[in-house]
Write a protein that binds this ligand. Sequence first.
Ligand SMILES: [Zn+2]
Length: 60
Amino acid sequence: MPIFEYRCPHCGKVTEKISRCSEQQIDCPVCGGKAQRVLSVFSSHSSSSVRGVQSHSGCG
Ligand SMILES: [Zn+2]
């Protein structure tokens, strides 16, 4: 199962979560805010145009 990282915009807490489906956001365990999903580090060095990788929340 992939591990996703979520960063809370309120307190800056980065939370790792193992999830089958890539949720766009989770509840921050620190302040209870909405932590936004951040991209994985292995794709950060590629500065070319990214297309077709838009994630759809397909686990309804
Ligand atoms: Zn927070």
